[in-house]
Design a protein around this ligand. Structure first.
Ligand code: HEM
Length: 388
């Protein structure tokens, strides 16, 4: 019986598509067993409605420390987001509710709208610098990475001059030796101390004044929360800008629909988010028996939501004029991406200005030769060679 369970592939023949074998996995039903690299066989949810139901179910835990929490790639225990680094994304209620409430008001549509002129300025400056340096360029290093990095630094009050350090540590955060995550935590812990001594102007400073000083949050929690936002705030968005640009350049008829039409951009961004669903596998553990898609997920069993596969149920075609509003690119339920309004604003502004300023932008290598990142759970690239 067990040998009929298929292995979960993490190989992507095409960087825009979910890992290979998605069609076969989907044929096995919306919820079916899959085998991970370590021999464990959690449930894999590939149906869209089932994925939403599971992520919204109150009887699932995001705690990475629980037995059977599905890990699609080998992550050494010291790099796992448990204990110190288990903030927000792997907290369950009531701790999750308490921490998320402290942050939610900083990420509302209104707050992000107020931030848009700053994002525009950062995007324009990065493009000016890239254009001045002249073609060719690495779009990742010159634009896709610095834009979200600078934006999240502004928002949190983290000094951007430290970006080489924190970008490198973020990239290495799942490395076997576990030092990267430790280095990042130490950096944020020290930064919080500096800010306590010498307050600045950013979300971390607000949290010190409103939460830490009031005893609602401790120093370690605040440093960890800052670390999670710093990583989540630049890494995913950088990959969405890179892959989104590559996808549009590969589909010139789609790009033509949005070029010079700012009004078409929000819909196009939703469609790019759905099509790419770069954070394509979300883990949970059932805390009670759950009936889903014709099976019973038993209390204590692990579940992987294959959101990248589920988001293709709508269509395998890219159609920037017809997005699907309920995609899972930002997850769903209580952990749905805190930074989604920010990410949308960054993507809209980045694509609008990039294609306006560089109408002849093109890749210098075939899409399949663009270097990919090693951590295959989050789809992404390390370098995007372009010219114009
Ligand atoms: C296009 C870019 C982004 C994508 C695709 C993305 C994707 C996601 C996904 C799928 C989750 C849910 C994880 C789960 O359910 O296990 C999530 C959570 C989260 N994201 Fe994003 N994200 C992006 C940008 C950002 C930005 C700019 C921030 C800035 C602060 C951010 C902060 C967070 C945080 C703090 C969480 C945890 C929320 C919680 O557990 O309550 N993300 N993100």
């Amino acid at each position: 019986m067990t040998d009929t369970i298929p292995d979960l592939s993490l190989t992507r023949t095409c960087p825009f598509d979910p890992p290979d074998g998605a069609a076969e996995l989907r044929e096995r039903g919306p919820v079916a067993r899959v085998r991970l690299f370590d021999g464990t066989t959690p449930w894999l949810v590939t149906g869209h409605a089932e994925a939403r139901a599971l992520l919204a179910d109150p009887h699932v835990s995001s705690d990475r420390g629980r037995p059977n929490f599905p890990m699609p790639i080998p992550i050494p225990p010291q790099s796992r987001p448990t204990g110190l680094t288990a903030t927000l994304v792997s907290n369950d209620p009531p701790v999750h509710t308490r921490l998320r409430r402290m942050l939610i008001s900083s990420f509302t549509v209104r707050k992000i709208t107020a931030l848009k002129p700053k994002i525009e300025r950062i995007v324009t400056e990065r493009l000016d610098a890239m254009i001045a340096a002249g073609p060719p360029a690495d779009l990742m290093a010159a634009f896709a990475l610095p834009v979200p990095s600078m934006v999240i630094c502004e928002l949190l009050g983290v000094p951007y001059e430290d970006h080489t350090f924190f970008e490198e540590q973020s990239r290495r955060r799942l490395d076997a030796d576990g030092t990267a995550i430790h280095n990042l935590f130490t950096y944020l812990h020290e930064l919080v101390q500096k800010k306590i001594d010498d307050p600045g102007d950013g979300l971390l400073d607000d949290l010190i004044a409103e939460q830490l000083a009031e005893g609602k949050l401790d120093h370690v929690e605040l440093a960890t929360m800052g670390m999670v936002m710093l990583i989540a705030g630049h890494d995913t968005t950088a990959n969405m800008i890179s892959l989104g640009t590559m996808l549009l350049l590969s589909n010139p008829e789609q790009l033509a629909k949005i070029r010079d039409d700012e009004a078409a951009m929000p819909a196009a961004v939703e469609e790019l988010l759905r099509y790419l669903t770069i954070a394509g596998a979300l883990g949970r553990v059932a805390t009670e028996d759950i009936e889903l898609g014709g099976v019973t997920i038993k209390a204590g069993e692990g579940v992987l939501v294959a959101s990248a596969v589920a988001d293709r149920e709508h269509s395998d075609e890219l159609d920037v004029a017809n997005p699907m509003r309920q995609h899972l690119a930002f997850g769903f339920g209580i952990h749905q991406c805190l930074g989604q309004n920010l990410a949308r604003a960054e993507l809209e502004i980045a694509f609008t200005h990039l294609f306006r300023r560089l109408p002849t932008l093109r890749l210098t290598v075939p899409v399949e030769d663009v270097p990919r990142r090693a951590n295959a759970v989050l789809s992404g690239v390390t370098e995007v060679p372009v010219t114009w």
